[in-house]
Design a binder for this molecule. Structure first.
Ligand code: CA
Ligand code: CA
Ligand code: CA
Length: 230
């Protein structure tokens, strides 16, 4: 009996940990390039703090509520995700240092640092995501962070650490960053826009318009045949 309880506990613990392993750090921009080429948040101004960002992807099969979780660098907590931060499956959230982010950013959630800055060191830093109990995702970088571009997993989502310079990722075509999309500019698969949802919903009445009369017809033929055989 005792052994059974231990086995159940281990299985539940494994399930909890594997569920939280679905949240990964996919891209980090510590060193926005000089000039408008470094305007990652799209607000028309290049700012060495505001244009820093961290891109986080939910790779799980279910949406994930990360409200209250903390995003930290090696020095401090830099952002606490506000209530209502729910990342759809296979979609993402991007946290900029500050400013007024403008753009569609691949239809992902977009936030700015709750402390006013991400404070990422260009020469190296460690970014972690924690839920208050444990560290659930971690990504470190060194001097590669100071090359006027972001560092990204390559391939996106499934690539292994270390992060690589964004412009070297195949398909990036030399772009310096990609907040809210994969490094080749395509959307994460779970970030479906509302227009596509609407199309899917309209298909149901169309199906019923054909299926229901057909079922009535088949039922009528069956009843007629049954009467004839009686
Ligand atoms: Ca920096
Ligand atoms: Ca900017
Ligand atoms: Ca990206």
């Amino acid at each position: 009996m005792k052994k059974t309880i231990i086995v159940i506990f281990v299985v539940l613990l494994t399930l909890v940990l594997s569920a939280n392993a679905d949240i990964i750090i996919n891209e980090i921009l510590a060193d926005p390039a000089a000039g408008l080429g470094g305007d990652a948040n799209g607000d028309g101004t290049r700012d060495s703090y505001d244009d820093e960002f961290i891109e986080i992807v939910n790779t799980g099969a279910e949406e994930k509520d990360i409200s209250g979780w903390a995003l930290s660098d090696s020095a401090d907590v830099r952002h606490v995700f506000p209530v209502g931060t729910i990342i759809p499956a296979d979609c993402a959230v991007v946290v900029f240092g500050g400013g007024s982010p403008a753009g569609d950013f691949g239809q992902v959630l977009v936030q700015t640092s709750s402390t006013g800055s991400l404070g990422l060191n260009n020469g190296g830093d460690t970014v972690t995501i924690g839920d208050g109990l444990s560290v659930l995702s971690i990504a470190s970088f060194g001097s590669d962070g100071g090359f006027d571009q972001s560092l990204t997993l390559y391939p996106d989502i499934i690539g292994l650490l270390p992060l690589v310079k964004h412009s070297t990722a195949m398909g990036s075509e030399g772009r310096l960053f990609s907040p809210g999309t994969k490094s080749d500019g395509t959307m994460f698969s779970g970030c479906i826009d509302e227009g596509q949802d609407g199309d899917e919903e309209e298909e149901i009445p169309e199906f019923n318009a054909v299926a229901i009369p057909l079922m009535i017809l088949i039922s009528g033929i069956y009843m007629a045949m049954k009467r004839r055989n009686q």
